[in-house]
Ligand binder design. Structure first.
Ligand code: 9MR
Length: 361
């Protein structure tokens, strides 16, 4: 009797131990973040204030990402809001955070028409010699300050028109001519010869005319010895942008031999015309089917990047905010959408698991 009881308890103990072991294994598996599954850096853009004040968001950010970009805190409007008043505070906080958590800090951006402070426009409008000197000084001061700390920069952002192949008629273009772009790259390189320097733009994965214009500029830069090292595909895409055109564009850009960064990835359902408040809200509810379809789209994007861009040119993939809660889309286009891999409640969506799988495969 006693012997039987002993055997029974033994079996029970073994059962309990194996269940515990299984659970631990599952926990370990789910603790594998995106970065651990990837051979190239996986980044996210984030608002530093939100990140610092939300410990749950912080944990998810640390678990999943080994590269970080500031959505806005490192743009000119934040760094130099008034003449001679450099504001390094937030950029320093991001740097500290990145260093503490072993993340690559990506500098976004040096010159962007949408983030040029009013005071610069007012002064530059009257005096283009001043503006040229200012640009040089700004880039040298900024890149110099973070030399060896910021790994890479979007030197010029969105210098081409939203569609087609013309330069965007920005304040910088009008005052300084197209040469402001190459000058910006030269100044950045002079300030930090090891920083990887990117030209960054949107729609170049779908607009071949625009892509060709960017690639022509790159070709010209290479011939002239302008230090350009990478092309940033913002990759704000929509469910109906065909994978074939994305694949074609990535292949064409990769043929330059430059680094390729998917720099601002998100995937929306509703259409928009690239302008603030300009959209049509065809979808106002997110169904399970839509979640699945979005997951597939995310996965094929990851797979295309891995298959088409040679390993040595895979600079990384950066998500533009990683939660639907924090994404810019709703506010900018004033419509519902669900562009990210985590939802409004900071729960992973099917898209998250699809990205994870795509990275592992
Ligand atoms: O997502 C960013 C949003 O929070 C800012 O208000 C906005 C202006 O600074 O910039 C957004 O990020 C843009 C990025 O810098 C460049 N590509 C388009 C992004 C979305 O508008």
């Amino acid at each position: 009797m006693k012997k039987k009881h002993f055997i029974k308890s033994g079996i029970l103990l073994i059962l309990v131990l194996s269940i515990l072991a299984c659970n631990n294994l599952k926990k370990m598996e789910s603790a594998i973040g995106l970065k651990d599954a990837s051979t190239f850096p996986i980044g996210t853009a984030i608002k530093i204030h939100t990140l610092m004040n939300d410990t749950i968001l912080q944990k998810l950010q640390i678990d999943n990402f080994n590269s970080i970009t500031a959505t806005s805190d490192m743009k000119m409007q934040s760094i130099l809001p008034a003449e001679n008043q450099y504001n390094w505070k937030t950029a320093d906080i991001i740097l500290q955070y990145a260093e503490k958590n072993n993340q690559r800090l990506f500098g976004h951006n040096l010159i962007w028409h949408s983030s040029t402070p009013k005071w610069v426009e007012e002064k530059g409008e009257k005096d283009s010699i001043w503006l040229g000197n200012f640009m040089q000084q700004y880039i040298k001061t900024y890149v110099g300050r973070y030399k060896g700390k910021v790994a890479a920069w979007d030197v010029v952002n969105e210098a081409f028109a939203s569609s087609g192949g013309n330069y965007r008629e920005t304040f910088w273009y009008k005052k300084l001519g197209e040469s402001y772009i190459e000058k910006a790259f030269r100044y950045a390189h002079e300030a930090d010869a090891n920083a990887v320097l990117f030209y960054n733009d949107f729609n170049i994965e779908r607009d071949t005319v625009k892509l060709n214009a960017v690639l022509n500029m790159v070709k010209e830069f290479k011939e002239k010895g302008v230090p350009i090292h990478g092309i940033g595909f913002q990759m704000h895409i929509r469910m109906d942008i065909p994978d074939e055109i994305i694949a074609y564009s990535l292949k064409k850009a990769a043929a330059t031999g430059l680094q390729i960064h998917l720099s601002e990835v998100d995937i929306i359902f509703n259409t928009h015309n690239d302008e603030r408040l300009g959209g049509i809200e065809n979808y106002s509810v997110l169904t399970d089917e839509m979640k699945q379809a979005q997951a597939e789209k995310y996965k094929s994007l990851i797979k295309m990047y891995k298959e088409i861009v040679p390993k040595a040119q895979q600079f990384g993939i950066t998500f533009w905010d990683f939660t639907d809660r924090d994404s810019w889309i709703k506010g900018f286009f004033n419509m519902k959408d669900w562009p990210c891999i985590y939802d409004d409640n900071l729960q992973p969506k099917p898209a998250y698991f699809a990205v994870l799988e795509g990275l592992k495969e």
